[in-house]
Design a protein around this ligand. Structure first.
Ligand code: 3HC
Length: 285
């Protein structure tokens, strides 16, 4: 079945990047948010990012306008009834995602694949609440989605080979390199990334070095584009804490245990770049 219209649920940091990327590749997108204010926020994120793309010469102004015109914003889930593929990118909460997957499997055609951009929730559990568990998989993008070349597909116990093949074709069509992981917390990237980020926080807690020096050491000593504390601010302190908690819950391995500082930062509202403050201060940028 040819994919023409893609439904994207959620337009936060990841959802807006997915909406932009998919629209720029010529698909019609139905972007769903919970209320008008959230729609405005999502639309603004997409516009700002595409504007940056135009400034950097990645797309022309005409291409930007065409991409924008392919996006239909809505607050009604029912508007996804005509979608040929749905990608979910709402908050990392198992119950919220389960409710949504149940609804989506009622609203969309039975042959439609429903993919989740989750970085931690079990795809197998999401598949189980739908009417088509073989057509549910993970499609984990990376931030910033228009720039990052990887798409990690996640195979639930129930996912069919056809579903993975279809998503692989779709992902490659977006210009991404596709890798496939089993449904294990963290998949490939976060399995390795999360313990590293948590260790960086423990280094700050233990006074091993300043946050600036830890970041400079990794940036310049390993040629990573960002040091771990800058990356934590970029990904979101709350998101990282949530992923770590899910991984700890499943593996019961201390390497996934969130350091107290991370939990305190979330309690204080220091969520990283998106809230204006994390390990660093972004209030003036
Ligand atoms: N469309 C297309 N291209 C765009 C764009 C857009 N909307 N916005 C920016 N770009 C391009 C720029 O033109 C530039 O391309 P060039 O190198 O060819 O000139 C490139 O993207 C970099 O953009 P900038 O110059 O604005 O910014 P930087 O050079 O400072 O790079 C960064 C920014 C790409 C974010 C870089 O710092 C980086 O790679 N950081 C690490 C990101 C990372 O690790 N992400 C993964 C996080 S983990 C995750 O997402 C998983 C989750 O589950 C936790």
């Amino acid at each position: 079945m040819e994919i023409k219209t893609v439904g994207v649920v959620g337009s936060g940091l990841m959802g807006s990047g997915i909406i932009e990327t998919v629209a720029r590749c010529g698909y019609n997108v139905v972007a769903r948010e919970v209320n008008d204010e959230a729609v405005q926020g999502g639309r603004k994120r997409v516009q700002t990012s595409m504007g940056r793309g135009v400034e950097r010469g990645k797309l022309s102004d005409a291409e930007r306008q065409q991409a924008e015109s392919r996006i239909t914003w809505t607050t009604s889930l029912g508007d996804l009834s005509g979608a040929d593929l749905v990608i979910e990118a709402i908050i990392e909460n198992l119950d919220a995602k389960k409710d949504l997957f149940q609804e989506l499997s009622r609203i969309t055609r039975p042959d439609v694949i429903i993919a989740s951009n989750t970085s931690s929730v079990s795809i197998t559990e999401l598949a189980a609440v739908t009417s088509r568990p073989d057509k549910v998989a993970g499609a984990h993008f990376f931030n910033p989605v228009p720039v990052m070349k990887l798409l990690e597909l996640v195979r639930a116990l129930q996912t069919s080979e056809e579903t993975i093949a279809e998503l692989r074709r779709f992902g490659e069509g977006l210009g991404k390199t596709v890798v496939v992981a089993q449904d294990t917390p963290g998949f490939i990237v976060n399995y390795l990334l999360v313990p590293y980020l948590l260790d960086a926080v423990r280094m700050v807690e233990n006074g091993v070095a300043s946050k600036e020096d830890i970041d400079a050491a990794i940036h310049l000593g390993l040629n990573h584009p960002m040091g771990p504390l800058t990356l934590l601010d970029f990904v979101g302190i709350d998101t990282t804490l949530y992923i770590a908690d899910v991984m700890y819950e499943v593996f019961r391995d201390s390497k996934y245990a969130a350091p107290p500082l991370l939990r305190k930062m979330v309690a204080a509202g220091y969520m990283g770049r998106k809230s204006g403050r994390g390990f660093y201060d972004y209030s003036k940028s």
